[in-house]
Each structure stands twice: as structure tokens, then as C-alpha cells.
Design a binder for this molecule. Structure first.
Ligand SMILES: Cc1ncc(COP(=O)(O)O)c(C=O)c1O
Length: 336
């Protein structure tokens, strides 16, 4: 099995222009994005011999841009397939593509009916250099979900009906289901960025990001004082409150209001009050005054508070936390 990297959405918010060269330097040669624009944006750092694949395939009329930029489309419908083969005929040569079949997610890929049309009329594929047949799992992070095995069976059946070609099936969680799901090219995204691939189980991946927020003000408040918009948090006793310059405009989701933790060293700090656009407020009463001053840093994502923990507090998934990380953070790429 080879391993591609899914680097759409700016490598899940982490910065594709840094992530792609780092992964290429350890041998990755297949990079998946969602849109053509994302693929073109990778050109300045496009690794030698790398294949850049656009998951959404060409919008109508844009096929020649894929050819001109040497971008490989995933063909997701008969319409996309026909437009691609028409382009190939016009150019008088085969054009590389990946063909996606829908095995149960009902999102992208040839429907069973469309697949049958292609099987009945194999000439429909003339002009396609079929690099891979692919599909995508809907429930792979839930290892016991019945749809996993159903999709696997449908994928094998679809492959058997199509011309022989390598296969790509597993996303991050799919890799952890079993080797039966691996095929020729896995397509992890989340696991590369440290997100736990299996729901409810210890994370085998190492964290790759650390997010810190800067304290910009500290104050002592009396018992009964309220904190933040809407006065949603009232101090039960005299408390010390740190204002940190991170807010929902930075992708620190408002759903974390009164419902998250930060850390100063080993000391947990409760997020109190509503997340504002540019600030959060933390109860730092357990930190000695002389240790935390304006300019001090607190850990929002890190070893003690992984991205999946923050996501759970926000009622979402690590994917949304990472892809929401805003442009105002100072980003330091270690080893890049
Ligand atoms: C078609 C496809 N393949 C692979 C991936 C990567 O999935 P994950 O981040 O769960 O590994 C995605 C992500 O949404 C996807 O849409």
C-alpha cells in the first residue's frame, strides 16, 4: 500500500505550502485537494513527480485547465467522465484520471445506475488512463458500523466490473479498520494532523500542533462578579481572571463558552464566560500571581489538551477545530 496525503482546506488549516514539502520529503507522492484552485496554489512548491488530485473533479468546461496544469481529476459522475473523454479525444491522447464510485455514502461518485451504464458500454472509458478506482467510507471511525463491510463488498464488486486498475479506498480511520481496506493507495488526512482515527479509543497518532494564547490582562474579581457578554458566569468566590487574545474570529469556537479548559503548565484553567470575537477569559486563580503576567502564554491545544478534547468540548470534531484555525495566529513550523 502507498500512502497519499489529503491536503485540502489548506492541509486541514495547518498550511499546505508547509505541509506538502514536509510530507514529500518523507516520500509522499500523491496529494489530494478538493478544488482546482487549491491544486494550482500548490504549484510553486509542487514536489517533483508528485500527483496532485482534485477530489471534486472538473466543473463543466474546466477540463482543459486540468490538462494545462497537469492536475488529475477524480471523475464523480457520467457527465464528468464524458467531458473528460471528450477532452481526451480532442487532444488525441489518453488523459489520466481517478474514477470514483459511490458505495453507500451518496455524496460523490458514480451511482450504481451510472456504474451499470459504464459497464454496459465500456467505450465510455475510452481515452481515460485509469490511475485508480476509488470510493470513500462513510462510517470508518466507528469500527463496528455495518456500513463499513457493506461498502467494502460494494467496492470490490464495482472493481470487478471495471477494467483492471489500482484501488484507493481508506481514509485515516479506514486504515485502522483492517488491511482488507487498504488496497493500493490510502488517503489519510486527519491522522496526519494528529486527530484520533478511531472513536473512543486511545489515539495512536502523535500530536502535530500546539496552540497557545497570549494573556493580555489579568484582574482580581470579587465573589458575585460576572464575566463576559451576557453575564453568563458569576464568580462563586473571589477569583483571578486572565483575558487571552484568542476568540471566535480565530476559530476558537463560541460553543466553547463556559465549557473548555486551557493549561498553564500542569494547571488546568477553566474557560469562564462567553467566547468573544477576539478574547476568552480564563479562571487562573490556581496559578501564583507572579508566574502568569500579561504576555504570558497558556496552552489551548497541546499534550495535556489534545485537539480531540477541544473538539469534544465544542461539540464538534477535530477536523472542524483545525480547519477553523484563523489567520491571526503566529505560526512557527518546527523542522520545516
Ligand atoms: C474522498 C476523501 N478521501 C479522504 C479523505 C480524508 O479523510 P480523513 O481526514 O478522515 O483521513 C477525505 C476527507 O474528507 C475525503 O473526502
Amino acid at each position: 500500500m502507498s500512502c497519499a496525503a489529503v491536503v485540502k482546506a489548506d492541509a486541514y488549516g495547518l498550511g499546505a505550502l508547509k505541509v506538502v514539502p514536509a510530507l514529500a520529503s518523507v516520500g509522499c507522492r500523491h496529494f489530494f485537494v478538493a478544488h482546482l484552485d487549491e491544486a494550482i496554489a500548490l504549484h510553486p512548491i509542487r514536489p517533483e513527480k508528485a500527483e496532485i488530485v482534485v477530489l471534486h473533479g472538473p466543473p463543466p468546461g474546466v477540463e482543459s485547465d486540468f490538462v494545462a496544469h497537469r492536475i488529475i481529476p477524480v471523475l464523480n459522475s457520467l457527465a464528468q467522465l464524458d467531458a473528460w473523454t471528450a477532452r481526451a479525444r480532442a487532444l488525441g491522447r489518453h488523459l489520466p484520471a481517478i474514477l470514483q464510485v459511490d458505495t453507500g455514502m451518496s455524496r460523490l461518485g458514480l451511482s450504481p445506475r451510472e456504474l451499470a451504464t459504464v459497464v454496459d458500454d465500456p467505450g465510455r472509458l475510452d481515452g481515460v488512463e485509469l490511475l485508480y478506482v476509488m470510493s470513500h467510507l462513510a462510517c470508518s471511525e466507528q469500527q463496528s458500523h455495518a456500513l463499513n463491510a457493506d461498502q467494502l463488498a460494494r467496492f470490490k464488486a464495482a472493481r470487478a466490473m471495471l477494467p483492471a486498475a489500482p484501488a484507493s479506498f481508506a481514509n485515516s480511520s479506514g486504515i485502522f479498520l483492517s488491511p482488507d481496506y487498504h488496497f493500493d493507495l490510502a488517503r489519510p488526512g486527519a491522522a496526519l494532523y494528529g486527530i484520533a482515527p478511531v472513536a473512543g479509543q486511545p489515539n495512536p497518532m502523535r500530536p502535530v500542533i500546539r496552540l497557545q494564547g497570549k494573556v493580555i490582562q489579568l484582574r482580581n474579581i470579587d465573589a458575585g462578579a460576572v464575566v463576559g457578554y451576557g453575564a453568563t458566569w458569576r464568580a462563586p468566590t473571589a477569583r483571578r481572571i486572565a483575558t487571552v487574545s484568542v476568540g471566535y474570529a480565530d476559530g476558537f469556537l463560541r460553543g466553547l463558552s463556559n465549557h473548555s479548559l486551557a493549561y498553564f503548565g500542569d494547571t488546568p484553567l477553566a474557560l469562564v464566560g462567553i467566547v468573544s470575537m477576539d478574547t476568552i477569559t480564563l479562571d487562573v486563580s490556581d496559578v501564583p500571581d507572579d508566574q502568569l503576567q500579561p504576555g504570558g502564554l497558556v496552552e489551548l491545544i497541546g499534550d495535556r489538551h489534545p485537539v480531540d478534547a477541544l473538539a469534544e468540548e465544542a461539540g464538534t470534531i477535530g477536523y472542524e477545530i483545525l480547519t477553523s484555525l484563523g489567520g491571526r495566529y503566529f505560526r512557527d513550523y518546527l523542522g520545516a
